[in-house]
Design a protein around this ligand. Sequence first.
Ligand code: HEM
Length: 152
Amino acid sequence: MKNVLKMLGAIALVAIVVFTACKKDEEVVPPTLYERLGGVSAISAVVDQFIVNVVGDPVINAQFAATAADPYRAQLLRNNLIDQICAGSGGPCQYKGKNMKEAHKGMAITEEQFNALVGDLVAALDKFNVPQQEKDDLLAILGPMKSDIVGQ
Ligand code: HEM
């Protein structure tokens, strides 16, 4: 009888240790930026607002006039932007567009124009109340692309 109790005690102990370890594992996996942004539907909503902001931004909208006037090009850019943000933030999408150097070649984009576009993105994120941490994390992904975009 004593041995049976001992055995049950040992089994209970092992069960508690395993349960605690598993629980801890679940707790330490932090959500990706993609998840924190709200997934592809939230990213799509931000990109749509971002495009509205860009088209209304006198600092850069001339650069996008030909794209905005062509529904196929406009749709392609939208999809590429969604995929780029989705993939870059750890989501399940695959970016299939050109790399940033190739995409902006010959456009002679200035730093002022780059900052204007980032401002339009921040305004879109603000419209959907995306928290500061997520805004910072997203801009930290896009910021380093600057040298491949400006002055090409
Ligand atoms: C962080 C900043 C930027 C990002 C992440 C970005 C991203 C992109 C992406 C993903 C594409 C599509 C590439 C493809 O067609 O395969 C693109 C194209 C383009 N970008 Fe940017 N871009 C940025 C800044 C800018 C700026 C500052 C301008 C101009 C002021 C600009 C103007 C354009 C134009 C005109 C196109 C071509 C659209 C078309 O094919 O019709 N981009 N960009």
